[in-house]
Design a protein around this ligand. Structure first.
Ligand code: CU1
Ligand code: CU1
Length: 285
């Protein structure tokens, strides 16, 4: 059993060990296999294909397993490392310690959004983007999108999602209400295009806005918090389970396009039910 800590409480030695393990996975090629997997399973709901990672009920369990697999690789490099989480409702500024030189580095420069500080700056020589050919070879960010400002989600906005007792709603896509989509963040009023999880991707900007978002190591800290929020929702609604419990019926347009409770989530042989808890593996501090 290990702990995933709030990133704001990490010591400088812990930050150093985390970024060093990430850099080692980049160096040995493992990191980019994770970026590739995420890009491959980034299927929007306008495609008539299976959606396992996004715009679908398995958003939470798919990312839980994805983070676990990545964390296992980190721990193969350094057994004392785990994925920290970033509570974006409280550490909500571009000058948060998260973005300092000794951790993830800061925003991109104005001309080309290139991150110039921290261990993942291209000029340091350890972080060349290889997956996502339409984007830059250097890591890009645009924290807070100053030319068209966007704010990180507020505690009230997060609570709005957690308070919904229904996990997800047919047709299980980007247009419905329910906890999953309110947290994933496509369920937005007309005045605001993004919510919660999606809004955080937009606030960071650059590589984080696309299907190869894990090119930015901030991805892992963001999704660890999303994972923690799933726990909070389960605790608040202990009688609300994962939906759909069974695959959509013959003739349903979503048949074959979403994952039911006991179906495996590609590329793994693991079901949403098996991802309900993480007792015995990790806990949040
Ligand atoms: Cu994702
Ligand atoms: Cu995400």
């Amino acid at each position: 059993m290990y702990t995933r800590q709030n990133q704001k409480n990490l010591t400088s030695a812990q930050k150093k060990r985390f970024t060093a393990a990430v850099l080692e996975l980049k160096r040995n090629g493992v990191y980019d296999t994770f970026v590739r997997t995420h890009g491959k399973y980034f299927v929007p709901d306008r495609d008539r294909k299976l959606r396992v990672g996004h715009m679908s009920p398995s958003f939470f369990p798919w990312h839980r397993y994805y983070l676990l697999a990545f964390e296992k690789e980190l721990q193969a490099v350094d057994p004392g490392v785990s994925i920290p989480y970033w509570d974006w409702t409280t550490d909500n500024s571009p000058v948060s310690s998260l973005w300092a030189d000794d951790f993830l580095g800061g925003t991109g420069r104005a001309s080309d959004r290139q991150v110039m500080t921290g261990p993942f700056a291209h000029d340091k020589g350890n972080w060349t983007v290889t997956v996502g050919i339409s984007e830059a070879r250097f890591l890009t960010r645009n924290l807070g999108r100053p030319q068209n400002p966007i704010a990180l989600p507020t505690p009230a906005e997060l609570q709005w999602a957690i308070d919904d007792p229904v996990y997800d709603i047919s047709p299980w896509n980007s247009a419905v209400d329910g906890f999953r989509n309110k947290l994933e963040g496509w369920a937005a009023p007309k005045s605001e295009r993004w919510r919660n999880h999606n809004k955080v991707h937009q606030w960071i900007g650059g590589h984080m806005t696309g299907g190869t978002a894990p090119n930015d190591p901030a991805f892992w800290l963001h999704h660890a918090f999303v994972d923690l929020v799933w726990d909070r929702w389960q605790r608040k609604h202990p009688r609300s389970g994962y939906l759909p419990a069974v695959p959509p019926a013959l003739g349903d347009l979503q048949r074959g396009r979403v994952i039911a409770l006991d179906e495996p989530m590609p590329p793994w042989d693991v079901t949403p039910r098996e991802m309900f808890g993480h007792q015995g593996i990790y806990r949040y501090e």
